[in-house]
Design a protein around this ligand. Structure first.
Ligand code: 0WD
Length: 255
C-alpha cells in the first residue's frame, strides 16, 4: 500500500468519529503520515484529542482554528510553521449552513444564512490555502470536500448547494494560482454519508436509500473510501492532477 512516511498533513474538520475528516485521518495514519489536526472550537477539543489517541502514529499537534476568524487562522498556521516548519498538504473538511435553510423553499434563504454558508463552506478554503501556502515549501496538495448538490439541484440541499458551487470554482481558481508553486488543489465530491452535518439536511434517509437502489455500485459511500481517495490525491500518484473534482460516490453522479 501507499506510503506517506515523512510527510506532514493538516486535517481540518474532525468533529467526531463519523466525520469524513476522520476517514481521511485513518487513511493517512495507516500510510505513516504525520498529521496535524485542527478543530472548530473548544467544545470539540476533547473528542478530537480522544480520537487522535486511538491512531497508530503519534500525532501531537491538535490546534483550534475557527475559519471565520482571520486571526485564528493566522495564529494556527504560524504555530504549525514554528512546530513543524514544512507541510505537504491540507484536508479542508468544513461546511456549515443553518438547519432551517436545509429544508423548504430555496427562495426563503436569508441574506445572513447565505453569507454564513459561503463564509464557512466556501471562503474558508481560500483563507486556509493562503495561510498554508508559505508552509508548502516543497509543493503540496490541498483537498476539499464537496457534494453533487453543488452541480445539480438536489432537494433540500438549497443554500449549501450554492456554497458548494462557489467552493468548486474556488478550487479551480486556487489551482490556477498556486500551480506555479507546485501546489495542487482538488475536490472530492463524496456520496452522502451519515454525519453530524448531514443530519441537518431534511429527509437525508431517503437520499441514502436512493443511492443503494440506483447508484452503479448499489451501495453507499463510506468515509474510508473518501479517505483513500484523499490518500491518492495527497500522494505522488496524483502528481499530474489539479483543479479537479473527483467523484467518490458509487458512480451516482453519472445518472
Ligand atoms: O453526506 C455528507 N456527509 C457529505 C459531506 C457529502 C459530501 C460532502 N460533505 C462535506 C461537507 O459539506 C463538509 O464540507 O464533507 C465535509 C465534512 O462534513 P461531515 O464529515 O459530513 O460533517 P461533520 O463531521 O459535522 O464535520 C463538519 C465540520 C464541523 O462540524 P459541525 O458538526 O460543528 O458543523 O466542519 C467544521 C466542524 O468541525 N466546522 C468548522 N471548522 C472551523 N471553523 C467551522 C468553523 N467556523 N464550522 C464548522
Amino acid at each position: 500500500s501507499l506510503s506517506l512516511q515523512g510527510k506532514t498533513y493538516v486535517i481540518m474538520g474532525v468533529a467526531n468519529k463519523r466525520s469524513i475528516a476522520w476517514g481521511i485521518a485513518q487513511s493517512l495514519d495507516k500510510a505513516g503520515a504525520n498529521i496535524i489536526f485542527t478543530y472548530a472550537g473548544e467544545r470539540f477539543e476533547k473528542s478530537v484529542r480522544d480520537l487522535v489517541a486511538t491512531l497508530e502514529g503519534k500525532h501531537e499537534l491538535v490546534l483550534p482554528c475557527d475559519v471565520t476568524n482571520d486571526e485564528d487562522v493566522e495564529k494556527c498556521f504560524s504555530t504549525i510553521g514554528q512546530e513543524v516548519g514544512k507541510i505537504d498538504g491540507l484536508a479542508h473538511c468544513i461546511a456549515f449552513a443553518k438547519t432551517e435553510e436545509l429544508a423548504g423553499n430555496f427562495s426563503d434563504t436569508s441574506r445572513e444564512g447565505f453569507l454564513l454558508a459561503h463564509n464557512i463552506s466556501a471562503f474558508s478554503l481560500t483563507v486556509v490555502a493562503k495561510a498554508a501556502k508559505p508552509l508548502m515549501t516543497e509543493g503540496g496538495s490541498i483537498v476539499t470536500l464537496t457534494y453533487l448538490g453543488g452541480e445539480k439541484v438536489v432537494p433540500n440541499y438549497n443554500i449549501m448547494g450554492v456554497a458548494k458551487a462557489s467552493l468548486e470554482m474556488s478550487v479551480r481558481y486556487l489551482a490556477a494560482d498556486l500551480g506555479k508553486h507546485n501546489i495542487r488543489v482538488n475536490a472530492i465530491s463524496a456520496g452522502p454519508i451519515r454525519t453530524l452535518s448531514s443530519k441537518g439536511v431534511s429527509d437525508f434517509n431517503s437520499v441514502l436509500k436512493e443511492i443503494e437502489e440506483r447508484a452503479p455500485l448499489r451501495r453507499n459511500t463510506t468515509p474510508e473510501e473518501v479517505g483513500d481517495t484523499a490518500l491518492f490525491l495527497f500522494s505522488q500518484l496524483s502528481r499530474g492532477i489539479t483543479g479537479e473534482t473527483i467523484h467518490c460516490d458509487s458512480g451516482f453522479h453519472i445518472l
